[in-house]
Design a protein. Structure first.
Ligand code: TYD
Length: 219
């Protein structure tokens, strides 16, 4: 199914700095003249953005865990079909800010939904498409949530339904990510987010350059 392209994802707890790093990486590819698409989850399509609004709406306190799994997976299915696969088939680099591993960390570990159910649902949603490389930015929830808080006080946006969950939830999410890094060493690179933007970017670049050295991509 996936042809010539390279698929890279950023993962991590809220406030780990994924979005900043994803933008820096896109900039790197653009400067090299390599065609690169940056997208994010949940969202990245007009249908996905509507699902995102439902998922993050603070009024939706009654959303069942199963409904949540399906909604993230539905947005993901749309993104894969409409955006990610076509771009990969054309030989582009695709960077995605969150992907299946977020459901593993947030819905399976955070909410305690059955891991097999979460993975199977996502297998169906993505047709089994997994990234070539996942950059997992690790931050303790106390620091991550503080960072998000600062963003909110600067007026960027209000805290969403997921950010408002308690500290224990966010601790379980981080444990999920750490577990993932331990069991998927070939694909997932764990990077400590607290060491500063430039240092994190250097580590990202090292991993990306290693990946590029093994693949031929078109300019
Ligand atoms: P977003 O504002 O994009 O957060 P961030 O900047 O931290 O990526 O909101 C996405 C939220 O949705 C975030 O709290 C993580 C959560 N999420 C899940 O719970 N499961 C998922 O599968 C995905 C993709 C996101």
């Amino acid at each position: 199914m996936k042809k010539n392209g390279i698929f890279i994802t950023f993962e991590g707890p809220d406030g780990a700095g994924k979005t900043t790093q994803a933008l820096k990486l896109k900039e790197y590819f653009t400067q090299k003249g390599i065609s690169c698409l940056l997208t994010r989850e949940p969202g990245g399509t007009s249908i996905g953005d509507k699902i995102r609004d439902i998922l993050l709406d603070t009024e939706n306190v009654k959303m069942s865990a199963k409904a949540e799994v399906f909604l993230y997976a539905a947005a993901r299915a749309q993104l894969v079909t409409q955006v990610i696969l076509p771009a990969l088939e054309e030989g582009n680099v695709v960077i995605c800010d969150r992907y299946v591993d977020s459901s593993f960390a947030y819905q399976a570990f955070g909410l305690g939904e059955d891991t097999g159910f979460v993975l199977k649902t996502n297998e169906e949603a993505t047709g089994g498409l997994y990234p070539d490389l996942t950059l997992l930015l690790d931050v303790i929830p106390e620091d991550g949530l503080k960072r998000q808080q600062e963003r909110h006080t600067k007026g960027a946006e209000a805290p969403d339904r997921i950010e408002l969950k308690d500290l224990e939830f966010h601790r379980r999410v981080r444990q999920g990510y750490l577990f993932l890094a331990a069991i998927q060493k070939e694909r997932v690179l764990l990077i400590k987010a607290g060491q500063g933007e430039e240092e994190v970017h250097k580590k990202v670049m090292k991993a990306v350059e290693t990946l590029l050295s093994t693949r031929v991509i078109q300019g």
